[in-house]
Design a protein around this ligand. Structure first.
Ligand code: NAD
Length: 317
């Protein structure tokens, strides 16, 4: 007789730098999985991270954490790629995109050679372009190749709005969509505080200035630059965002998160990975939410899509 049944939740993280290790730390703290395998070009680094994380186990939840190789992907539920080269002085965004696309191709080939059958998540930048590369190389269904998209940007937006209106950020619903990068856009038409549209909530409870809202968006868009200038990299926010996505996927939560997913006609866009609110569950992306965008927002989304399409066309991998 089998008493009880424990579903194994195994995550492989490829790239155990700032982002990969912060994500692993969030998974351990929140007890989301049973098993974490860390893979890095620098095996020693992955091994060091695994050892360090294991020593937090008595304060977290029981799970197995170790460094490993690509064969571990064969029975993984989720593989999350956080590997990537950083921008060198004088290097253009396009040079970096081509370099990281080649790295992504090599990684995804090894994951698939191991017989991987789960869901692939990409967080490396430029995330929308690299997720499209991962989709192309993997041959997996589009639902199962997901980018972290504007998860972090959306969290930044909700946080800054919550600070402005002094309301718990969990009660602020607002989306950043499009490219995770300079061409992203805020969906002002759908911002809600406790269910009230911004212009209604703002009128009843708070007076707000349009220019303050614009400043909030600019701070969201430029947040990475501001943080990198101060501490060299950003990782806690995305680490927690990836943990949130992991929970939605592995626990079949049907959560709505602004992931990067392949558009096939939605919003009149086709063949491009972009950040958009989507329902995610154990099968990956179930559906893209159809927001009733204003004309201006629709145009901005189309512009963001064109920029990404061009970048995908121009990179070599
Ligand atoms: P990092 O330099 O600290 O770590 C990168 C790691 O990748 C290193 O340990 C390196 O050894 C490893 N690596 C490189 N090539 C590899 C390969 N072929 N196979 C296996 N491992 C390899 O960088 P980081 O700060 O952790 O950032 C990682 C990526 O995440 C970057 O592309 C960064 O831009 C991106 N990022 C994304 C978001 C987001 O919102 N999606 C937020 C922050 C950072």
């Amino acid at each position: 007789m089998t008493i009880g049944y424990t579903k194994t939740r195994k995550v492989v993280i490829v790239g155990t730098g700032f982002v990969g290790s912060s994500y692993a730390y969030a998974l351990l703290n929140q007890g989301i999985v049973n098993e974490i395998v860390l893979i890095d070009l620098d095996y020693k680094r992955a091994d060091g991270e695994a050892r360090d994380l294991n020593h937090g186990m008595p304060f977290g939840s029981p799970m197995r954490i170790r460094a490993g190789e690509y064969e571990e992907c064969s029975d993984a539920d989720l593989v999350v790629i956080t590997a990537g080269a950083n921008q060198k002085p004088g290097e253009t965004r396009l040079d970096l995109a081509s370099k990281n696309a080649k790295i992504m191709k090599g990684i995804v080939e090894q994951i698939m050679e191991a017989g991987f059958k789960g869901i692939l998540v990409v967080a490396s930048n430029p995330v929308d372009v690299l997720t499209q590369v991962a989709y192309d190389v993997s041959g997996l269904a589009k639902e199962r190749v997901i980018g972290s998209g504007t998860i972090l940007d959306t969290a930044r937006f909700r946080y800054l709005l919550s600070e402005y209106f002094q309301v718990d950020s969990r009660n602020v619903h607002a989306y950043i969509i499009g490219e995770h990068g300079d061409s992203e856009l805020p969906v002002w038409s759908h911002v809600q505080v406790g269910g009230l549209p911004l212009n209604v909530y703002g009128r009843i409870e708070n007076y707000y200035e349009d220019r303050d809202m614009q400043e909030i968006f600019e701070n969201v868009r430029d947040a990475a630059y501001h943080i990198i200038e101060r501490k060299g990299a950003t990782y806690y926010g995305i680490g927690m965002g990836l943990a949130r996505l992991t929970k939605a996927l592995l626990y079949n939560e049907n959560s709505i998160l602004t992931v990067s997913t392949l558009f096939e006609g939605e919003y009149g866009l086709d063949g491009v990975y972009l950040g958009i609110p989507a329902v995610v569950n154990e099968f990956g992306v179930r559906e893209i939410l159809r927001l009733n965008l204003s004309d201006r927002e629709q145009k901005q989304l189309e512009e963001s899509s064109s920029i990404l399409k061009k970048m995908v066309e121009d990179i070599e991998y």
